[in-house]
Design a binder for this molecule. Structure first.
Ligand code: ADP
Length: 378
């Protein structure tokens, strides 16, 4: 009998779990938010993941439930666990990824390096933090932010009043997260996967470039990263995975500061944009590894095929028409480029696909990936 896996959320992450599920003979089913989702090929149900009955009905015929995103409410997650469903990552681990204040508290308690931070409830508390940190800081809404939404650089204590009003209404403590504005040399990400019985495997440390808070480009491995930096990043990610009991893929977003330190920015407990290169660039992709990890199967080899992989996101997509219409021209110009179309409607800034190239020469690999993506962007 096949392993059966249920994914909550029908975005591109669920979509990209489908090919390895097919290869491994895993029966994959997706609970999508709406018809026509990116993961529609595997969407056996359409419904609201906030609704306990909908999610319980979906979970009835699978061995393990996992996720395309971190937004499933704790009460729904606990209802699944109480009904005897195997949920990976667990509600307890996900709670840390769902709330940036909880995340900062846990990482600090583990003694891991994070930017200076505080929970602030009003403009006066924000003013105090600004006073201690050079007059500028980054304010974040603890919940529901993604792709830079819910992140704001402020230089005045009144610049977060609208968000204070929103969190005060939500009534769960009413705090925002404020952090020092980190002077970073670059952003990095370390991905690992942890099997439910404990095995952990790590991919190469990667460099990520964000534009307007959105991941634009990823280079694997991070150019010029000394072995000591790679070891440190891997040790941080392993520590997080093991201490929080994360199962499946864990992404740890990091800042490399101008003075060479690593600071943890964010955690994601699912396959992550900074790991998409691994589909074409590694022996075992993050999507295959996620399936193995949550099914408690032995993990695959995360080694890269080639010295360099570069992944560039297609953000927005063509101003007119679809990605598919541009494919023949790209295929002709770049037979080595691996194109991934998420089957989503083009919309300004939206992640609608990505291209990965691999090879021996970084400059060449990078320029080919960028050139391929330009075909989609005019
Ligand atoms: P999201 O949850 O929307 O991805 P993040 O917390 O990862 O939000 O922040 C998005 C981007 O904003 C980061 O990738 C980074 O470029 C920038 N950023 C976030 N926090 C800080 C900080 N403390 N200092 C400097 N830049 C930051």
């Amino acid at each position: 009998m096949a392993f059966r896996i249920g994914v909550i959320g029908g975005g591109q992450l669920a979509r990209m779990m489908v090919p390895p599920a097919v290869h491994l003979g895993v029966d994959i089913r997706v609970l999508a938010e709406q018809e026509g989702s990116s993961a529609r090929l595997a969407a056996t149900a359409v419904g609201d993941y906030h609704d306990v009955d909908t999610v319980l009905a979906f979970a009835r015929d699978v061995d393990v439930v996992t996720f395309d995103h971190e937004h499933v409410p704790q009460r729904v997650l606990h209802a699944l666990v109480e009904a005897g469903v195997a949920v990976h990552p667990s509600p307890g681990a996900l709670a840390v990824a769902q709330d940036k204040l909880v995340m900062r508290e846990r990482l600090t308690a583990l003694g891991l390096p994070v930017p200076a931070w505080a929970a602030v409830h009003d403009a006066a508390e924000l003013a105090a933090f600004l006073g201690e940190h050079g007059g500028r800081a980054v304010v974040k809404t603890p919940r529901g932010g993604y792709d830079g939404k819910g992140v704001r650089v402020v230089s005045g204590a009144d610049e977060a009043d609208d968000w204070f009003a929103v969190v005060a209404e939500q009534g769960d403590g009413g705090a925002l997260l404020v952090e020092e504005l980190v002077e970073f040399r670059r952003e990095l990400a370390q991905l690992v996967a942890r099997r439910t019985s404990g095995q952990v495997e790590a991919w190469s440390l990667v460099e990520t470039v964000q534009r307007d808070g959105v991941c634009a480009e990823v280079t694997a491995p991070a150019p010029g990263a000394e072995p000591v930096l790679q070891r440190e990043a891997e040790a941080i990610a392993r520590r997080v995975a093991e201490s929080l009991g994360v199962t499946g893929v864990l992404a740890v977003e990091l800042f490399e500061t101008v003075d060479g330190r690593l600071l943890v920015n964010e955690l994601a407990m699912r396959p992550h944009n900074t790991g998409h290169w691994s589909i074409d660039g590694a022996v075992t992709s993050q999507f295959e590894q996620h399936l193995r990890a949550v099914l408690d199967l032995p993990l695959g080899d995360p080694a890269p095929h080639r010295p360099w992989s570069v992944m560039v996101n297609v953000l927005g997509g063509p101003a007119e028409g679809t990605m598919a219409e541009r494919l023949p021209a790209i295929m002709l110009a770049q037979p080595g480029a691996k194109v991934h179309d998420y089957g989503k409607e083009p919309r300004p800034g939206r992640k609608v696909g990505h291209v990965t190239t691999t090879g021996d020469d970084l400059a060449d690999v990078r320029s080919r990936a960028r050139a391929a993506v330009r075909f989609f962007e005019d």
